[in-house]
Design a protein around this ligand. Structure first.
Ligand SMILES: Cc1ncc(COP(=O)(O)O)c(C=O)c1O
Length: 505
């Protein structure tokens, strides 16, 4: 630890100091002559708002910088962040009000600030907020392709050998690498070998950033994978609101106790200032404190959830029409575990696409799923929750009984992913250069100003600075024309036009 590092937390994990301070404040008899304008009461013009979100929520919706709540290093707020760091095995944790997207921007800007090189080795299937960080920090990405389940149009993670090769190649090319960036778990619950990836990154002198947006519940039960911070990751992006149990938009960034912690910590304090609103919602941040305590204390309910989710998997296996995708994970070298709270289901045998099944489940059965693809649906079950999974299974069987296996939707396959065009100018330069919009045929050979990713499998096919190739245009248009695909970031649904750099340097 550095000399000015915060002290270890004094409160026990059974406490929720910041949330409790907010609750206490909401019960005080106060006259609020400050923002927010609703004054924390349902009076007057705030009556509708109180009906909308409840008087209790209004009473706790207080601004930052209140003595006894979040002012000073010993405040309940700072204590809550220390408890979170301890719970996830981190040196420091930052509470964020703009999702894991903010955490990705903070992480990329911080590694840019290391000044150890402008190259970042990244999993090609990174979230768009990583690309935003690359643009903001003027980094130069070199990509490692994750393993791909071609039959289902799903991408997984990065294998440590592939990372080693990418880092060795970068060194041979004289590229100075400031960080390695991977995603684990994947949308489909595939967990990468974070310990081995950290070892490889560190051996090449680079910190490992793990986008663990979908894994904030990891480490809180022996039946769940370990928290990446405890496996040697230097930075862990956590979308705590996804499966950690906090309110939507609340998130965390964890700094691991690794060889880069001393250098990264002050940089993260600065990138936090750069990206966090000065009016972060007390409700959002307080929910992080509550979620942490619930996860720490939730071993028994989490165990019950794990058992009921396994029962669902068993029911589906016995029926046989809905294979469980994680049952085949051992075929992929990068996958060392799976998230048991995520049930990824292959729907090919029904003849319907995953999108159509998701629609039917919501419209006819009131069952709402997180993700669908052409060939799959994915159900998430929150830790410690016990939704009616028997109803979900019954709905799936009803759909399969009615469906026509000969139906063609789920057997549609896309052409293989084209190789990205060469990165010709830096992403930041491309993003901020004057651009023009041209018809698809004229876009071939030009430098893209946009990021475009075809779903499935959601791997960016073009990022700003890369040349657009004829193969990429054809691929994107094929996916866009399919009833089961779409292209994120496109100017129009048919991919008839592209945004390109106007004057090439
Ligand atoms: C891998 C990954 N990282 C980061 C994010 C951004 O998370 P948030 O929505 O909390 O900003 C997402 C969002 O889905 C994601 O899938």
């Amino acid at each position: 630890m550095t000399d000015d590092a915060p002290a270890a937390s004094r409160a026990p994990q059974t406490a929720a100091p910041y949330a409790d301070a907010l609750l206490a404040q909401s019960r005080r008899d106060t006259v609020n002559l400050m923002v927010p304008g609703h004054g924390a009461t349902p009076d007057g013009l705030s009556a509708d708002l109180a009906r909308f979100c409840g008087e209790h929520a209004l009473a706790m919706d207080i601004p930052p910088l209140i003595d006894g709540i979040d002012v000073g290093p010993d405040s309940p707020f700072e204590e809550a962040t220390r408890l979170a760091a301890e719970a996830w095995g981190a040196r420091r944790t930052w509470f964020l009000a703009n999702g894991a997207s903010q955490a990705n921007r903070m992480a990329t800007l911080a590694v840019a600030g290391l000044h150890t090189g402008d190259t970042v080795i990244a999993q090609r299937s990174a979230h768009s907020s990583f690309t935003d960080g690359v643009i903001l920090g003027d980094l130069l990405p070199r990509f490692v392709t994750p393993s791909i389940d071609g039959a289902r149009g799903i991408n997984h993670g990065v294998d440590p050998h592939a990372l080693d090769e990418a880092l060795t190649r970068a060194a041979r090319d004289g590229a100075a690498v400031s960080a390695v960036y991977v995603i684990s778990p994947s949308y489909f619950g595939a967990v990468a070998d974070v310990a081995a990836l950290a070892e490889v990154a560190h051996r090449h002198g680079a910190p490992l950033v793990v986008d663990g947006a979908w894994g904030s519940h990891f480490g809180f039960h022996p039946g769940l994978p370990e928290s990446p911070t405890r496996l040697g990751a230097d930075l862990v992006v956590s979308s705590t609101h996804k499966l950690g149990g906090s309110l939507t938009q609340s998130a965390m960034l964890h700094l691991g106790e690794g060889p880069f912690a001393d250098a990264l910590e002050p940089l993260l304090d600065r990138t936090y200032m750069l990206t966090q609103t000065t009016s972060a919602s007390a409700l959002l941040l307080g929910s992080l404190d509550i979620a942490r305590r619930a996860l720490v204390q939730g071993r028994e309910p989490i165990g019950e959830t794990l058992a009921t989710v396994e029962e669902l998997r068993q029911t589906l296996r016995t029926d046989g029409r809905y294979p469980i995708i994680s049952d085949g994970f051992s075929a992929f070298p990068d996958i060392v575990a799976h998230d048991p709270l995520r049930v990824s289901i292959d729907v090919t045998a029904t003849g319907l696409s995953g999108h159509r099944i998701r629609e039917i489940l919501a419209g006819e059965h009131g069952v709402h799923l997180e993700i669908s693809t052409a060939h799959a649906i994915v159900a998430f079950i929150g830790p410690g929750k016990r939704p009616d999974l028997a109803r979900f299974a019954r709905a799936l069987f009803t759909i399969a009984d009615r469906a026509e296996p000969a139906g063609a939707e789920s057997t549609l396959v896309f052409p293989p992913l084209p190789q990205p065009g060469p990165m010709t100018i830096r992403p930041r330069t491309a993003y901020f250069s004057p651009h023009e919009i041209v018809p698809a045929a004229e876009a071939v050979g030009r430098i893209s100003a946009d990021s475009l990713a075809a779903y499935p499998p959601g791997i960016p096919n073009v990022i700003p600075g890369e040349r657009i190739t004829a193969e990429t245009v054809a691929f994107l248009q094929t996916v866009a024309a399919s009833p089961i695909g779409y292209v994120r970031g496109s100017l129009d649904p048919a991919l008839a036009r592209f945004r390109v750099v106007a004057r090439e340097p």
